[in-house]
Design a protein around this ligand. Structure first.
Ligand SMILES: [Zn+2]
Ligand SMILES: [Zn+2]
Ligand SMILES: [Zn+2]
Length: 448
């Protein structure tokens, strides 16, 4: 016979049940007060649903009748005993949602660690201050792998999308695909790049400023290293150890992989923008194609500008070497100042075709001294006087216009010299950057 309790007047039997130590399908359930201590992260709706009815008799359950708690990272199962004295079934009530056999809250913990940049120890001391039970490294590492796979998929999707946009922009200009590459290393210990255990490289489309590909090399894998130290063969795992050579060789290898990957998607990489180091381009040419051009950085651009100015000299003898050098240094200054600011570069370059002729209307006080002192002179020009001649001005205008059109490229090209391209790129594609950073942190966190 079942006994029914009126919700409003049921007696408090929580003490009684705990004293009784009832059996549950032959299994002795130990009464524990652990659940009363500290704090837990609870999804109230899930808890309320779990307490709605006893699985056996359908009567509502009471949180106060919990007799034990099983903790799984930040999630837990409450063992709540039915207070129906005939049923007394011990129900498992979860404190949060689960997917497959994984607690959502633990997956969330993994992403939270990545986004906040907290390590296991820091996160656990944070939790312990809040009186929330600590989690184990093993648990969060498994979740990081799970999250990492998802994030990696998003990263692939996002870079493919960026590549398509870059190609569309290139096609519109009827140009060729030029890509900027930049490598970084996770510096540990000595801080020198060349003995680091992992490196990453990104490929940036200068037209859009977006990351169109990326690559990661790691010399280390936690699972492998541990197995090696015990002289065992490692268990089956997603191994991220993909590099055995020198740290220096990582960059060329990553660039080759990215160029190959982009080419396999049906696009031809015509030129690489990178740092002065020639090892990478040498190896890329040897492995992929000799026709891949190398564009180094703004010094290189300055040289190209020099070439076009010197060719103007044939028709306009007034353009002396001194004047060309002056224009080159103005150009260089404008590019350096406009890092990450394509509009400013375009505006300044437009002004640069008027400024030498004494027209300072479009000039900026950042670089034109005539604005603050109209009595200034052009020291590099004959008699300090501005240039003259409408046809020369037209020619200069078309040269600088060509560069101004590529202001976005110019504003990113300069930044490939920076150590951390992700920092500089934030303004262009924060989503891609976040995703990439997440992938990298997960990889580093999980496998190093
Ligand atoms: Zn029951
Ligand atoms: Zn491994
Ligand atoms: Zn000026």
């Amino acid at each position: 016979m079942y006994m029914y309790f009126c919700m409003k007047h049921f007696p408090n039997i929580s003490n009684a049940t705990r004293e009784e130590e009832v059996s549950n399908e032959g299994k002795q359930t130990r009464s524990s007060e652990d659940w009363r201590e500290g704090r837990r992260i609870v999804e109230l709706d899930v808890l309320a649903t779990g307490l709605r009815a006893c699985l056996k008799c359908g009567l509502p359950l009471q949180l106060g009748h919990t007799i034990d708690i099983q903790t799984y990272g930040l999630g837990c199962l409450l063992k709540v005993q039915c207070f129906n004295t005939i049923c007394m079934h011990v129900n498992s009530v979860p404190t949060g949602k689960r997917h497959d056999r994984v607690w959502d809250v633990n997956s969330k913990l993994a992403t939270a660690l990545v986004h906040s940049g907290l390590g296991e120890r820091q996160a656990n001391s944070f939790l312990s201050e809040l009186n929330i039970p600590a989690f184990s490294y093993k648990l969060v590492s498994a979740r990081l792998t799970e999250v990492g796979n998802v994030v990696e998929e998003v990263a692939k999707e996002s870079t493919n999308e960026a590549l398509e946009k870059e190609l569309a922009a290139v096609e519109q200009k009827k140009g060729t695909l030029v890509v900027a590459v930049d490598a970084g290393w996770q510096k540990r210990g000595s801080g020198r790049a060349y003995d680091s255990k992992s490196g990453h490289c990104s490929m940036i489309g200068p037209e859009t400023g977006k990351i169109i590909n990326y690559s990661v090399r790691s010399k280390e894998c936690r699972v492998c290293s541990r197995a090696e130290s015990r002289n065992e063969s490692p268990r089956k795992h997603a191994c991220y150890r993909n590099w055995e050579g020198s740290s220096k060789g990582m960059e060329a290898d990553m660039v080759i992989e990215m160029v190959k990957d982009v080419q396999s998607k049906g696009c031809t990489v015509a030129a690489l923008v990178g740092d002065e180091d020639s090892t990478t381009i040498g190896r890329v040419r040897a492995n992929i194609s000799n026709s891949i051009e190398k564009i180094s950085d703004r010094n290189h651009l300055k040289k190209i500008l020099g070439n076009s100015l010197y060719s103007l000299k044939k028709n306009h003898p007034v353009l002396t070497v001194k004047i060309i050098k002056y224009l080159q240094s103005c150009f260089n200054y404008i590019i350096a100042q406009g890092e990450g600011n394509p509009e400013q570069i375009a505006k300044d370059l437009n002004a640069l075709s008027k400024h030498p002729f004494g027209d300072h209307e479009c000039c900026s006080s950042r670089w034109c001294k005539f604005l603050s002192n109209p009595k200034s002179v052009f020291k590099s020009f004959p008699q300090g006087k501005p240039l003259s001649g409408a046809s020369l001005q037209k020619s200069l205008e078309s040269v600088f216009e060509g560069y101004a059109k590529n202001s976005l490229k110019l504003s990113t090209v300069g930044s490939t010299q920076a150590n951390d391209p992700y920092e500089k790129l934030d303004t262009y594609s924060s989503r891609t950057v976040t995703v990439l950073r997440t992938v990298l942190i997960i990889i580093i966190w999980t496998f190093l």
